[in-house]
Design a protein around this ligand. Structure first.
Ligand SMILES: Nc1ncnc2c1ncn2[C@@H]1O[C@H](COP(=O)(O)OP(=O)(O)OP(=O)(O)O)[C@@H](O)[C@H]1O
Length: 246
């Protein structure tokens, strides 16, 4: 569905991504792992078509992303950024309805679109629909950005650290949403630091370090040695640790 072919990205004299080649299939959830500064967000922005490759190309369903116009690309690829700008005092549901912008729907149509209702429900924001978005907590803001991306109903969903600010119950719930989207045939790619959630809910992992893809493998194949090499930490598989489940 989505593919980077030998992509390099250079900006301001710095090369942030070196010769990255990876495929992301429909019907799967892929976790992008790696230490801070590894290039995960950069790769995700290239996959979204928000940054152009300096060398190589990114393809969505066989089409070079640089050849797709912005609204066509936005209908195919929904993106949730890591950095969430301060929201204006608009109602939460109105912000979520901005996910319909690529369809150029009238504001009242977008606001009442079933995809917006679905997205608000999936992230658990129904009770906050009329609250000014400027008054949300950090985790609520993250869920609203995810709702906006879900409202696009795109075949590809890219999410940059979607669960980093969420409490355990919402993190599990959102990971289950990603699994459900994959079960519908969507291609889900998320940046994630939580190795427990990544190995439990992702099908595949792409592990990055220093702007390069070190490993691309089934989630269950992530070894302790790989974690040690990439993050410089040892791993224990501990019984008795408090692990949010359900
Ligand atoms: N415009 C830029 N010019 C130079 N370096 C940049 C620029 N933007 C980002 N970087 C650097 O590129 C590297 C990769 O950044 P990126 O945001 O992709 O990392 P990341 O893996 O997502 O990290 P994190 O886990 O901290 O979010 C970082 O070292 C960052 O400081």
């Amino acid at each position: 569905m989505l593919e980077t072919r030998d992509v390099t990205f250079t900006t301001g004299g710095a090369t942030l991504l070196h010769h990255a080649s990876a495929g992301f299939e429909s019907g799967t959830v892929t976790g992008l792992l790696g230490p801070n500064g590894a290039g995960k967000s950069t790769l995700l922005k290239l996959l979204a078509g928000l940054l152009p490759p300096t060398e190589g190309a990114v393809f969505c369903d066989g089409d070079d992303l640089t050849h797709l116009n912005q609204s066509r690309r936005a209908r195919r690829i929904a993106y949730m950024p890591q950095d969430i700008p301060p929201f204006p005092p608009m109602p939460v549901r109105e912000i979520a309805s901005l996910g319909r912008l690529p369809y150029a729907e009238a504001p009242d149509v977008a606001l009442n679109h079933p995809a917006v209702s679905m997205a608000m429900g999936l992230v658990g924001l129904d009770d906050l629909a009329t609250r000014p978005a400027s008054r949300l907590s950090g985790g609520e803001r993250a869920r609203l950005m995810l709702a906006r991306a879900l409202a696009v109903e795109a075949p590809v969903l890219l999410a940059d650290e979607p669960v980093a600010a969420l409490d355990p119950a919402h993190a599990l719930s959102v990971m289950r949403v990603f699994r459900a989207l994959a079960a519908e045939g969507r291609c889900v790619v998320l940046v994630i630091h939580d190795l427990m959630l990544a190995t439990r809910f992702c099908d595949r992992l792409v592990v990055m370090k220093e702007g390069a893809i070190r490993y691309a493998l089934p989630a269950e194949a992530l070894s302790d040695a790989m974690v040690r090499e990439v993050y410089g930490v040892d791993v224990r598989r501990v019984e008795g640790a408090v692990v949010p489940w359900g």
